[in-house]
Write a protein that binds this ligand. Sequence first.
Ligand SMILES: [Zn+2]
Length: 229
Amino acid sequence: MEKLLYDKDCVCSVCKYNFTTKKIRTRPLRIKKREDDFNVIYKNNVNPNYYYIWVCPVCGYAATEREFNNIRENQIKMVKKMVSSKWKERDFGGVRTFKEAEESFKIALFIAQILKKSKAYTGGVCLRLAWLYREVKDPREQEFLAYALKFFEEAYQTERIAEAGLDEVTLAYLNGELNRKLGHYNEAIKWYGIALEHPNIKRKRQIQLKAREQWRRAREQHSSEKAVE
Ligand SMILES: [Zn+2]
């Protein structure tokens, strides 16, 4: 497992400290399973999700790699005031335990909220934390799937989600899938429909097939639920 990891040099966007964080070499990774909400499980006995959040050991600033440098002057002041002032020096740069990975997500979520990061970004962090809980069969998976869904539904209505590296078709499908997983079958059917009727669906063949399949599945689940009542 150690060989799959390497140290990435980082410069903190808040306090300018130089530190390293572990990253996974993607080439040797072998996929075991792709889940319907895009979680990927690898055969290599390693979870890249553990290292998704970068945490500065000195000031406590934390974000995903993609967003790490995306911070304005006034936001730097807010992190210093609300995070760094209470932060005790801690290094997340080694091989992370589950607890450390979980904590890195919690810190990133706290910071996302005080900085009012986009809903698409915050939803993405919640979704990955839900995947972390899923791996260890922790019931908090459901809680964080629900948070992710709330952020993603709002993002679809109010944000230019391309900026978060998403597209509308994929996000509509994902909203369907998260609703289905949470047992909201009517909502799930509605969102799969939004994905399937989107003008860009033709360019997203995989999503189109998946949305049709999962739409049928949600319909079945919905009718079998009604039969029980
Ligand atoms: Zn820092």
